[in-house]
Each structure stands twice: as C-alpha cells, then as structure tokens.
Design a binder for this molecule. Structure first.
Ligand code: NI
Length: 191
C-alpha cells in the first residue's frame, strides 16, 4: 500500500494525475456541474429563468456595465463571433449577467446591451439571485479595493464565456483573449 501511495503521490506531483484510473462509473459521462437553474430579470423587467432558454444554446458572460475594459471587450468578442456564425447563430441566445446588481438596474442593462448585439439579453436581480447564479456557474466576483465611495468602485470578477446547450447543461467555455474567429469555429462544432 505504501508503495502504491508513493507512486500515486509522485504521479500527482508530476502532473500525471490523469494516469490514475478513475473508477467511479459516472465519471466518464458526467459533465462539469456548471449552469443550472436561475431566476433573474431581463433588461425589460421580465422574469427570466433557465427555462426561458430551453431548447436553445446560450452564450453566457458575467460582468458589469461599469467595467472599464474587460467586459466590453468580451461582449464585443461574443457579438462578433455570433455575426461570424451568421444564420447558425439564430439558435444561440447571448446573455450578459451582471455581478453588480446595485448599479446595474434593468434600465441600466437595457442601455448597455444595446451597444453590443441586438439579441443580447442583460440580466440582473437581487444580490441573492446574482450570487446564486454566479455560484451555479462557478464565477467569482467581489468589490475591488473598497474606497468607501458608493457609486465609483471596480469589481473583480472571472472573465469566462460559457456555451450552454439546449438542455441547459454545460457544453464548453472560452477564456479571455479568445478571438471571435476561434470562438465561432469552436461553437460551430457544437451546433
Ligand atoms: Ni469586467
């Protein structure tokens, strides 16, 4: 036993964790537990849940409208990728979920999403609703360096674009810096 444990420890240490057989039978087919139920409000003040998007793909990004650089860049990449997909993008709903509901009201979201894709949905909600949605997607967020200012502050947050399938389950994700061409090419494989 000791030798086996030592070999396993060495394998992990070398980053060879994949060599260790996984015996749980469900591990082969299970997908990452990303996504799932949420209840939020869209830019028109309508209640939106995961069921709203059933049967369609979702391209989901968490961020906030006061973000000076990262969020607008990623939303632009998403929008361009959808444009590149042309007619194929019609079954994909782009969704922007705020992690700053204090400032990102439905009205604020409506103005903001209008700068990007015509079908981009901007979702907000209560702090608890946003926390639950972010947790479901494994998205981190926190107010950066609290300066005490109530209206001028930055948020730290994960910057990941998620592709969710028609069944509401995780399909794949894109890290910051993915080009629109690459995003479009990868999405096409799953349509
Ligand atoms: Ni941002």
């Amino acid at each position: 036993m000791l030798i086996v444990a030592a070999v396993v420890a060495v394998a992990i240490g070398l980053g060879l964790g994949f060599l260790i057989p996984i015996t749980r039978p469900d591990s082969v087919v299970s997908r990452p537990a990303i996504g799932g139920p949420f209840a939020l409000v869209n830019q028109d003040g309508q209640l939106v849940t995961e069921k709203t998007f059933a049967g369609r793909h979702m391209l989901v990004y968490f961020g906030y409208t006061y973000c000076p650089d990262v969020c607008p860049t990623e939303l632009q990449v998403m929008s361009t990728a959808l444009d590149l997909l042309g007619d194929q993008s019609k079954g994909i709903d782009p969704v922007f979920i705020t992690i700053d509901p204090e400032r990102d009201t439905a009205e604020q979201m409506k103005t903001y999403v209008g700068h990007f894709h015509p079908r981009l949905q901007g979702l907000t909600g209560s702090q608890d609703q946003i926390k639950a949605a972010a947790r479901a997607y494994g998205v981190y967020f926190a107010r950066a360096r609290d300066t005490g200012a109530t209206t001028e502050y930055l948020m730290d947050h994960s910057s990941i674009v998620f592709l969710i399938g028609p069944d509401g389950g995780y399909v794949t994700h894109f890290r910051g810096g993915t080009s629109p061409e690459d995003m479009a090419r990868q999405i096409r494989r799953f349509l």
